[in-house]
Write a protein that binds this ligand. Structure first.
Ligand code: PLP
Length: 583
């Protein structure tokens, strides 16, 4: 099969594609060897696309081709993180569409972009094309060839350039491929918001005789076609750019007074731009929608709580169980509610088998021998202060006493810090220090290079999934949903999705006070949360695990029935379809 043959076939196939939904995302995580994601946002995008393929939704997706990925994380014996570019060869997984070149103008230079195609195959014959835009072409200037090299790398100028490529370049790609019928441009986070400017440009009315911008810039038409999902209440997660830089890179693409009207007076705020030029905005959990409404008064912000792609995040041992007891669960994930009837011994054995796989990985990579009979707690997420990875270690005396009196614990952690996040990097060092201090009483390992493979291994192989964010900064969180799919109960602060999934003592346990989405930071919060964390471990969790095994297995089973049956992409995509895409 020659590439040219293949490409012309692909081209004519795409030309007839009728895609109602075009999904734009700065990162997409479809598989571990396609390193174009960093964390939750990308994995959610990948899971959404997989579900769209499973259910034959008319979807296409656009992102960038990061030839150096995000980064590979190395940790020395003291927990000092160093970063290395990921080495991978796009040609082994993707098809370069050589006949297609599109162009964007950045800082007065015309930059050529080449799309690469990856097709996501669904479970029932559906397919979603995903386009990865690449600036690494010989005809570009050397520095422009690097523009798509790194995910979340570089400075403000680099970021804005990438967002021009994603939003403006992405839309030009779909037009050049003549993909028709798009009724929803879905902006997965504000990064893609510049596509609204390309649409504004496209629908510009050439009315010479008027100086009324509403006559010229048909923003209503743009709004009708765009929908927006906001993903974080953390201010640094909302991209803003100085108008000086914007003028330098975008020139007079859209007049400054029009930009200011939609994107903000002070600077170009991509969240404001998306809020103003999308017909519908949603947050990613019920609590997050309340927080977002407070952050952006005057906008109607609904919610669609995130989900995970069930077949991708269920470990082989549990897949086998579900196939036997809940046939059809892969397509209709709501059937997972019937997990309640899976025999307890089989469920626990499947879990112990998954646990053995994780423990073998730990031995192979860290040399530590974990005990399969000891309660093992998992914590893996981006290493950044609001996630409070060290809360569990805040009172070492107490933790030691609890394990002496109630039963032993083992801990496994993982997570990358963004290369510029110094406090995040310090957290990893602090965990290494704590691990040394506990070494005789509590085994603690920190696994290097958290990625999708480790995510699966951890969320299925530990006995309890811990999450301790500062409220209300966890918009949703999805790793806890993965744990629930594998019968692993959550032990978490009441924030994000867990407010909706939590039934105390039934699906897991809460840390800290009942939910309030409008908290003012309390200096006592850390102490109160730690107090509750230790109290629950001491009085409920450890005793149940060691001395009421039947009750423990009941919690595992209910985590699947109540949580996995709901916090999945089947339910999530139905909500997107019913409440957003078809409106
Ligand atoms: C699922 C996943 C995440 C997101 O988990 P959170 O609970 O939102 O932190 C991040 N990184 C990887 C590799 C994942 O698999």
């Amino acid at each position: 099969m020659t590439t040219t043959m293949q490409n012309s076939d692909i081209y004519s196939e795409l030309k007839h594609l009728d895609a109602r939904i075009a999904y734009f995302s700065m990162e997409i995580g479809l598989r571990v060897d396609l390193p174009t994601y960093s964390g939750g946002l990308g994995v959610l995008a990948g899971d959404t696309i997989k579900a769209a393929a499973d259910h034959r939704l008319p979807f296409v997706a656009v992102t960038l081709l990061y030839r150096e990925g995000y980064f590979n994380q190395h940790l020395d014996d003291h927990g000092n993180q160093t970063e290395e570019p990921v080495h991978w060869d796009p040609a082994t997984l993707l098809t370069e569409l050589r006949e297609v070149t599109i162009r964007v103008e950045i800082a007065g230079r015309s930059i050529a972009l080449r799309p690469w195609l990856y097709r996501v195959e669904g479970l029932s014959g559906g397919q979603v094309p995903v386009f990865f835009l690449d600036s690494d072409l010989p005809e570009n200037e050397p520095e422009d060839r690097k523009l798509t090299a790194q995910l979340y790398g570089g400075d403000r100028r680099y970021r804005l350039s990438q967002e021009i490529i994603l939003g403006i370049g992405g839309l030009r790609l779909l037009r050049q491929l003549e993909i028709s019928g798009i009724r929803n441009f879905h902006l997965n986070e504000g990064h893609a918001a510049l596509l609204t400017l390309e649409l504004l440009h496209l629908y510009r009315r050439d009315i010479e005789e008027t100086w009324d911008p509403d006559q010229v810039w048909d923003h209503e038409r743009v709004r009708r076609q765009c929908v927006f999902t906001t993903h974080t209440p953390v201010p640094a997660g909302h991209d803003r750019f100085d108008y000086g830089l914007v003028a330098e890179l975008l020139g007079d693409f859209i007049p400054l007074e029009v930009l200011k009207r939609f994107a903000g007076e002070e600077d170009l705020n991509l969240t404001n731009l998306a809020l103003n030029l999308c017909r519908h905005t949603n947050a990613v959990s019920k609590c997050h929608s309340m927080v977002s409404r407070r952050m952006f008064p005057g906008y109607q912000i609904e919610s669609v709580t995130n989900g995970v792609h069930s077949p991708s995040w269920t470990c082989p041992e549990f897949q086998k169980l579900y196939d036997r007891y809940l046939p059809e669960w892969r397509l209709d994930n709501s059937l997972l509610r019937n997990a309640i009837m899976i025999p307890a011994e089989e469920l626990f054995q499947a879990h112990q088998d998954a646990k053995q796989r994780l423990l073998k990985y730990i031995t192979d990579h860290c040399g530590s021998k974990f005990d399969p009979e000891v309660l093992t707690i998992g914590f893996a997420r981006r290493a950044t202060p609001y996630k409070r990875a060290t809360l569990l270690f805040s009172d070492p005396e107490r933790l030691n006493r609890i394990t002496r009196e109630q039963g032993p614990l083992q801990l496994v952690l993982a997570g990358k810090a963004h290369p510029h996040d110094e406090p995040g990097k310090q957290l990893i060092r602090d965990i290494f220090t704590a691990a040394r201090q506990f070494h005789d009483n509590i085994k603690i390992v920190y696994l290097e290079n958290y990625n999708m493979t480790l995510g699966s291994l951890l969320t299925s192989g530990v006995d309890l999934w811990l999450n301790t964010p500062i409220r209300p900064l966890e918009a949703s969180g999805t790793s806890g949903m993965k744990a629930a799919h594998n019968g692993v109960p959550n032990f978490s602060v009441l924030d994000g999705w867990w407010i909706e999934g939590w039934i105390e003592g039934k699906t897991g346990w809460a840390i800290g006070p009942p939910p309030t989405c409008f908290e003012t930071p309390d200096p006592e919060t850390n102490r109160l949360d730690a107090e509750d964390l230790y109290g629950k471990l001491e009085n409920e969790i450890i005793p149940t695990y060691y001395r009421k095994r039947e009750a423990w297995i009941e919690v595992m089973r209910q985590a699947i029935s109540f949580n996995a049956s709901f916090f999945n992409t089947y339910r999530m995509l139905l909500e997107y379809y019913m409440n957003i895409y078809r409106q």
